[in-house]
Design a protein around this ligand. Structure first.
Ligand code: PLP
Length: 376
């Protein structure tokens, strides 16, 4: 069964397979929003997401965040001042999507393929949910967009096909083999040599701190062409240069295999969440979601960067750090949050731990000092 069929079975929605989540986010932003509209979004998300929003010709309106979960604080936003909402569901903790009723909500469920709210999968509450197969499933790449109406899916499919680049089979073999090697390295505690190798092979994007170089002069030029995705390729392709390359049956087979394996990991993931939820550093919302197979468990610690280095020495790699928030990263192209303190605090202090490796991380994380209280 293909990944889109498997996801249709899980969500009960119409699903379309994609080479990445980020291509699906762009398709959804173009389909449900018009250029010039204002999009409410979190400033704590992957680098490429901000550039997708700009590529779609939208104005990123940066939301205040809740200290409990690092998602949009719905009580602190003026919904009347925006046209649509993009949720993040950071590390799998659910955004309060019901609070955005009345606006089109596009759910980025890259981190939340396994999260349910009242038994219903995240990604089925908004007009579209976009999953990433490189996160929980660990398939190296791949995405699926899930929508309520088949007519929307047909339009999205035509747009997808217009944006897809031709297949590159050797690149695909390389991507599947690299993904398999990563899983083996993790199992064998070879994280440090694997990280060194992937850095020396140029598999990881060069970063200034945790973000790719913003290049504001180039953004200004690219903005002259919006809405247009290729003009933003050099940013959007971060860590996934083939994000809009057509895939063959090889990727389809690998993605489906990894998706089917998720149910077998579920209990282990929840056990890891429960273990980490006991730590005094766990973000408050983790305690309310101990029954959920989260993507990562966010801890809020005093010296995050030292903890990342220590974890690496113990065979635990840390990723998915989004610092600084978008309105500090590219202030000229965003509408700044009226209350940026919580986002800065999350960006600086969050330490996301893979619950599948909770026991391996525990000797390091159990003694970490908590982050200082957030100051407004
Ligand atoms: C929150 C979030 N959304 C979207 C993406 C993009 O997913 P993909 O790599 O499948 O395009 C990422 C990737 O890291 C992410 O962390």
């Amino acid at each position: 069964m293909s990944p889109d069929d498997l996801m249709a079975g899980r969500t009960g929605r119409h699903c379309l397979a994609l080479p990445s989540n980020r291509l699906g986010l762009y398709l959804a932003l173009r389909h449900w929003c018009a250029p010039g509209q204002r999009l409410l979004m979190s400033p704590i998300s992957a680098d490429e997401i901000l550039f997708l929003v700009l590529a779609a010709g939208l104005r990123p309106v940066i939301a205040p965040l809740s200290p409990a979960d690092g998602n949009i604080d719905p009580g602190a936003v003026d919904l009347d001042a925006v046209d649509a909402v993009l949720t993040t569901n950071l590390y799998g903790l659910p955004d309060r999507v019901a609070a955005f009723a009345g606006k089109p909500v596009i759910e980025d469920v890259a981190h939340a393929i396994e999260t349910t709210v009242d038994g219903r999968p995240l990604g089925t509450f908004g007009v579209a949910g976009i999953y990433s197969l490189s996160k929980h499933p660990g398939a190296g790449s791949g995405g699926v967009i899930a929508v309520e109406h088949e007519s929307d899916l047909r339009t999205l499919e035509r747009e997808r096909d217009r944006l897809l680049l031709p297949r590159a089979f050797l690149g695909e073999v390389h991507s599947v083999l690299t993904s398999m090697a990563r899983h083996a390295a993790l199992r064998l505690r070879l994280v440090r040599p694997a990280l060194r190798l992937s850095r020396s092979l140029g598999l990881e994007e060069e970063r200034e701190g945790y973000r790719i170089a913003p290049r504001p002069d180039d953004v200004r030029l690219a903005l002259k062409q919006v809405p247009d995705l290729p003009a933003f390729d050099s940013w959007v392709q971060a860590d996934l240069h083939d994000y809009r390359t057509r895939r063959s049956r090889l990727s389809c087979w690998y993605q489906s295999r990894r998706l089917r394996a998720l149910s077998g990991q579920r209990e282990r993931r929840i056990a890891g969440v429960r273990l980490l939820a006991e730590l005094p550093t766990a973000a408050a919302a983790v305690r309310d979601h101990r029954d959920q197979p989260l993507f990562r468990v966010p801890l809020l610690v005093s010296d995050r960067d030292a903890a990342v280095a220590e974890l690496e020495r113990h065979g635990v790699a840390t990723g998915y750090l989004y610092d600084p928030p978008y309105d500090d990263y590219l202030p000229e192209f965003t509408e700044a949050s009226p209350a940026p303190a919580v986002a800065r605090w999350w960006g600086r202090h969050v330490l996301p731990i893979d619950p599948l490796y909770a026991r391996r991380a525990l000797p390091v994380v159990r003694s970490l000092a908590p982050a200082p209280p957030v100051s407004p």
